[in-house]
Design a protein around this ligand. Structure first.
Ligand SMILES: [Mg+2]
Length: 521
């Protein structure tokens, strides 16, 4: 027995057994925490002793023992409780904590999903269930495959959902840039929803507290061929809906029919920016199209922005996006042509991976530059922030790594003098994850709202405090537990993916791990 084991045994405690699930044995759900017959390894009570919480007590011992160990060794005033039974000590030390459940005993028991159609396509909502009846919602990034999330089920079954960072570190190897990050982030969101419910606090509080009571939104506005239709839409977002920050799409496809505006359109179909078929314009990265914008083309692009500014004025920030696929040199020329109209930022002019080229664009034009909606995890953001590749960063929380990773990204950017806007194009579950993160991050500028043309968008959920999700261009930061919303089942069912009508049906085919996942040896 080591000295520490001796000390702990005097207190009726044992060393942390560790997490049994770390070995390589493939197992079905809850197996990692299986308790041997007659053994109540959770409570440290004698075999056969009833668990005070009324649960079986399977496997909750690690957290509890280490908590007690820390409080004992850390000199926390346990005073007269020193020789009292552990459960009495625990009950006393946590008696003032307002909780909905016994968080240290929480275990993940299931993951299920459903889908709903958004303006941006299919979105998947996952639900993570627990042994205490509470559950958490997360959302796979818009347009991503629900299987990105379901694949992670076997990796998290039996774990404590309140150990958010520990679970995140276990699963983050299964995410990647763009939609590939969608599954990991959905799980992470659901864990904060669960942890918030377990401890009865809003998710922003678990991230360190809030900087603001309402979160500024920016209104995305998809392209319209007719500038009059487009400016009317922008005006409605501004004056009708009360938004204080706008974004417009401004692609070279707008000028494709003007003779002499573009070079290269005899080969590339610039109308099809969203084509994913190999070797098409849509699937070809910007420098490889060698498309050029002529001086006349630059003038026409500027004219479009002038028409917008004439209608909305200069008081309102106006960002722009989706320019089309052309190289750094043409991006710089376009940026210079648009500099006089003081756009809030030029977004995704080239792929984020081309960091050196981004830096060159940022140095060459006066308008702020912005990218990042497809970057997964903080490391690539840190690289770009350190070289000041863009003036702002623009993570999509459903790709970047979820609430905590996005806050870490924002905090790092803040230290380096870089502002963070947030990209978002999903449903209200992911929206609320963004709202909590934005509330808790100081250098936040504005969060995108991409579905203003869908009148029922907010009705996919019901807020726990009864307040609207957002009003007059600002999202309300709720004080209710977790993400603060519940699903509106009727609405989801009305707008499900026509090819997949699953509504949180069983998913046992995802229960077993069938791989050795450690990424180092
Ligand atoms: Mg974008």
């Amino acid at each position: 027995m080591t000295p520490s084991q001796k000390y702990l045994s005097r207190m009726g405690l044992r060393e942390n057994d560790g997490y049994a699930g770390q070995d390589d044995t493939p197992r079905g759900h809850a197996d990692p925490f299986k308790t041997a017959p007659g053994e109540n390894r959770d409570s440290g009570l004698a075999p056969g002793t009833a668990h005070p919480s009324g649960t079986s007590g399977d496997g909750a011992g690690g957290d509890r023992r280490s908590f007690l160990k820390k409080t004992a060794l850390g000199g926390l005033a346990l005073g007269g409780f020193l020789f009292a039974p552990i459960e009495d000590t625990l009950a006393h030390s946590t008696s003032k904590v307002n909780r909905y459940s016994a968080p240290s005993d929480l275990r993940i028991t299931d993951m299920r999903y459903t889908t709903a159609m958004n303006t941006t396509g299919r979105c998947t909502i996952i639900r993570i269930d627990t042994n205490q009846g509470i559950y958490g919602y997360g959302e796979v990034r818009d347009g991503a495959d629900w299987r990105y999330a379901l694949f992670l089920k076997s990796r998290i079954l039996g774990m404590n959902p309140c150990s958010v960072e520990q679970i995140f570190k276990r699963i983050k190897q299964f995410g990647g840039p763009g939609r590939q990050g969608g599954g990991v982030c959905a799980v992470e969101m659901a864990l904060w929803d669960l942890a918030g419910k377990a401890y009865n606090v809003p998710a922003y509080q678990l991230l360190g507290g809030k900087y603001r009571d309402r979160v500024r939104l920016y209104a995305d506005t998809p392209e319209e061929e007719d500038p009059k239709v487009f400016t009317a839409k922008l005006k409605d977002r501004l004056e009708g809906k009360g938004f204080t920050f706008l974004k417009m799409d401004l692609g070279i496809e707008l000028i494709r029919k003007i003779p002499g505006a573009l070079v290269g359109t005899n080969f590339w179909d610039v109308e099809r920016q969203w084509n994913m078929a190999p070797m098409t314009y849509g699937a070809t990265q910007h420098p490889f199209t060698q498309i050029q914008i002529t001086p006349k083309g630059l003038e026409e692009m500027a004219k479009y922005v002038i028409q917008v500014r004439d209608v909305i004025g200069y008081e309102v920030p106006l960002a722009s996006d989706h320019f089309g696929h052309f190289d750094m040199n043409n991006a710089i020329r376009l940026g210079k042509a648009l500099d006089p109209y003081r756009l809030a930022w030029l977004e995704d002019l080239i792929p984020w991976q081309m960091a050196e080229e981004w830096k060159e664009i940022t140095r060459s034009i006066d308008t702020p530059t912005n990218t990042g909606e497809d970057i997964y995890l903080k490391e690539d953001f840190i690289r770009m922030i350190d070289m000041h590749a863009t003036d702002l960063i623009h993570p999509d929380l459903a790709t970047a790594g979820g609430l905590l990773e996005t806050k870490k990204i924002g905090d790092y950017a803040e230290e380096k003098g870089v502002a963070m806007a947030m990209h978002f194009a999903g449903l209200p579950i992911s929206f609320m994850a963004n709202v909590h993160c934005a509330a808790a991050t100081q250098n936040f500028v504005a969060l995108e709202h991409h579905s203003l043309d869908l009148p029922y968008w907010s009705d996919f959920v019901k807020t726990r405090d009864g307040k609207p999700l957002f009003e007059k261009g600002f999202a309300h930061v709720p004080d209710t537990p977790g993400l603060g919303v519940e699903l509106n089942e009727d609405m989801i069912k009305q707008h499900q993916d026509p090819d997949n009508k699953n509504y949180f049906g069983p998913t046992p085919e995802w229960d077993a791990v069938k791989s050795w996942d450690r990424t180092w040896s």
